[in-house]
Design a protein. Structure first.
Length: 322
């Protein structure tokens, strides 16, 4: 029985309450998009993780649908209770609702399809993840909504052909798949560290930087890193209406997932048509800035949504992911 699990992460602080626009959200330039009127309206992100605390006041209005693929809670398909906290934290970075307290996510008016594919222990069968991807690919919402982004802050050492095939099927349906690079980095960009599904060339593989724009020492390096985003000291939603500061490429990934729906909202309004997955990828990469590291560290560079504010004068380019 093959397994996949959480990419190791660090819990630094748990807070009862806060009032902050998280520094990572600012670093990727999300407020620039908000000022232009883009908040992720009407876009759905599928989050495959440990579930979500759906009663959290920052997330309870953001969830459009759920499904549990694990054996937790007797396999109840509609119980996505998060016994770990990781999934709740990821969901908050993507689209925590703007309130008079708490935090705010990158795309605060986007919606979440929460797919629980990892148990409370942080592990799951690879088939649960594969089934979750296929569910997200076929899912349709009450008003015909479809998933535009799949976000996965999970991984394992082994390449699973059926998992890879499911990802390729999702991409063929114009869904961008965003995955964490992994936290096995050794600080040497000349050595490869791979975690699947992040290592598949078709996905957007996200590495981590700290809030000073320095590559995180734990961030995996390889020749198929696409970009980097904040992954250290990231504050977001946590269990029991609390908040936590966590670190890992798991925390970098949802910054990109949320950013993608802001890009989709902006570009599809400007060009008055739906973008393909390849076009969305091209627009994402246009919004990166080099940090002068090896591409094996940073890929195309650090996500910066501020770079796309004047994109209406440009032509959308179609590009293969690699």
């Amino acid at each position: 029985m093959s397994k996949v699990g959480l990419i190791p992460f660090t819990i630094q602080t748990v807070l009862k309450d806060t009032k902050i626009i998280p520094p990572g959200i600012k670093l990727v330039g999300a407020p620039n998009s908000w000022e232009q009127g883009y908040f992720g309206n009407g876009n759905v992100i599928a989050v495959l993780d440990t579930g979500c605390d759906s009663s959290h006041f920052e997330l309870q209005n953001q969830i459009i649908d759920v499904y549990n693929f694990t054996t937790d809670d007797m396999g109840d398909p509609k119980n996505i209770k998060d016994y770990n906290g990781h999934g709740t934290h990821v969901c908050g970075t993507i689209c925590a609702e703007e309130n008079d307290r708490g935090v705010v996510g990158v795309a605060p008016k986007a919606k979440l399809l929460v797919l629980k594919v990892l148990s409370g222990q942080g592990y799951g069968e690879t088939k649960w993840v594969t089934e979750g991807i296929r569910y997200a690919t076929k899912w349709r919402g009450p008003n015909g909504e479809r998933v535009r982004v799949i976000s996965m802050s999970l991984g394992g050492k082994d390449d699973h052909p059926e998992l890879h095939k499911a990802i390729q099927e999702a991409i063929s349906q114009e869904i961008l798949v965003v995955c964490a690079a992994g936290n096995e980095g050794d600080g040497n960009h000349e050595t490869d560290e791979f975690a699947y599904p992040g290592a598949y060339p078709e996905v957007v593989q996200v590495g981590s930087v700290n809030l000073q724009k320095e590559i995180s020492t734990f961030s995996n390096t390889n020749k198929v890193i696409d970009l980097v985003a904040p992954g250290e000291e990231i504050i977001s939603t946590y269990l029991n209406n609390e908040f936590a500061v966590l670190s890992g490429t798991s925390m970098a990934t949802p910054h990109v997932s949320g950013a993608v729906v802001l890009i989709i909202e902006q570009c599809e309004k400007e060009y008055d048509r739906s973008l393909t997955e390849a076009e969305v990828y091209a627009q994402l990469i246009k919004r990166t800035i080099s940090l002068n590291y090896s591409r094996r560290y940073q890929g195309n560079g650090l996500l910066d949504l501020g770079l796309g504010i004047d994109s209406r004068t440009e032509t959308v380019q179609t590009a293969a992911n690699k």
